[in-house]
Design a protein around this ligand. Structure first.
Ligand SMILES: CC(C)(COP(=O)(O)OP(=O)(O)OC[C@H]1O[C@@H](n2cnc3c(N)ncnc32)[C@H](O)[C@@H]1OP(=O)(O)O)[C@@H](O)C(=O)NCCC(=O)NCCS
Length: 265
């Protein structure tokens, strides 16, 4: 599978579609010891399931993009805020990724850019919107929401929330970036733009954002820092896609095994 430097790929996975025990066993077998420990730390079986699906699928997709590394052999590095990156040795892989989960939907974004982030949220969840807006959003965001009511207000709230999360995840610095120091403008229907408070060392034109609706009740946002326009492709990964990734990997490994060095007689 190919990805060019003009592309960004967003994969989404519905947890309920990845249920077959053999598939889950196979995904689980791809995790390293730290991931297996992390999975077991979750007491809730649905969180365990979500973890194995996301991380097993991440490994499988990485190897589909970069077949020289087997899914179980990927190694990750983390910055001081916990953002995972690929350890690019030994093949100097340029691929970058970011993941986000909800109860039902997981998303994984891939691109050839360090600053890439994604967030997905369940828009039906119970939240104290007003408290979040007042405590976390900038005055420009608050102005954007003022005058909106009911469903329109809720929709715009989740637009802003997912975009903020995608942005801080792209930067990789978690909540050390104050969420009220930047804001979004939706006035151009073809382009969501970001604005920064004075004193922020960021250029709005360097950022690109996309919004995607993987289900009726989920919204995702992707953020990416690049001066060159990119094209977002959205793909769904279901059990069929996953099985075809597994079988092409198996065929590749069989070919490598049968064409490997022959034992001398
Ligand atoms: C990581 C963070 C940025 C987002 O976490 P989250 O929304 O709870 O969770 P998501 O499902 O979107 O993302 C989690 C994944 O992001 C990745 N991640 C972890 N730290 C990260 C960081 N600093 N930057 C980017 N990605 C990170 C990991 O892969 C993690 O999944 P994993 O643990 O299974 O490997 C976290 O710092 C956070 O708590 N954010 C703020 C929450 C909030 O109050 N938001 C209000 C917005 S208005």
């Amino acid at each position: 599978m190919n990805i060019s430097d003009q592309e960004v790929h967003l994969w989404f996975i519905l947890n309920e579609e990845i249920q077959e025990p053999e598939v889950l066993l196979r995904l689980g077998s791809l995790l390293n010891a730290a991931e297996a420990t992390q999975q077991k730390r979750y007491r809730n079986p649905s969180l365990q399931h979500r973890y194995v699906v996301t991380h097993g699928v991440l490994r499988s997709l990485l190897s589909a993009y970069e077949p020289r590394t087997s899914p179980q052999d990927w190694k990750f590095l983390y910055n001081q805020y916990g953002k995972p990156y690929l350890n690019t040795e030994p093949h100097q892989v340029l691929l970058r990724f970011n993941i986000s989960h909800t109860d039902k939907v997981n998303v994984i974004v891939f691109g050839l850019i360090d600053e890439i982030g994604v967030d997905v949220e369940h828009v039906e969840r119970e939240l104290n919107y007003d408290a979040m807006v007042n405590n976390l959003f900038s005055y420009q965001d608050i102005a954007e929401l003022s005058g909106l009511e009911g469903e329109n207000r809720k929709k715009r709230f989740f637009d802003i929330w997912t975009l903020k999360e995608a942005y801080i995840k792209a930067c990789g610095m978690g909540l050390s970036i104050p969420l009220d120091r930047f804001y979004f403008s939706f006035s151009d229907p073809d382009r969501i733009s970001i604005g920064f408070d004075q004193g922020c060392d960021e250029r709005p034109e360097a950022w690109q954002f996309w919004q995607v609706q993987p289900t009726e009740s989920h919204i995702a946002a992707v953020a990416l820092k690049s001066h060159h326009p990119k094209q977002l492709t959205v793909r769904k990964l279901d059990a069929n896609v996953l099985n075809s990734l597994f079988s092409s990997r198996m065929k590749m490994e069989q070919r490598a095994y049968s064409s490997g060095p022959k034992q001398s007689e």
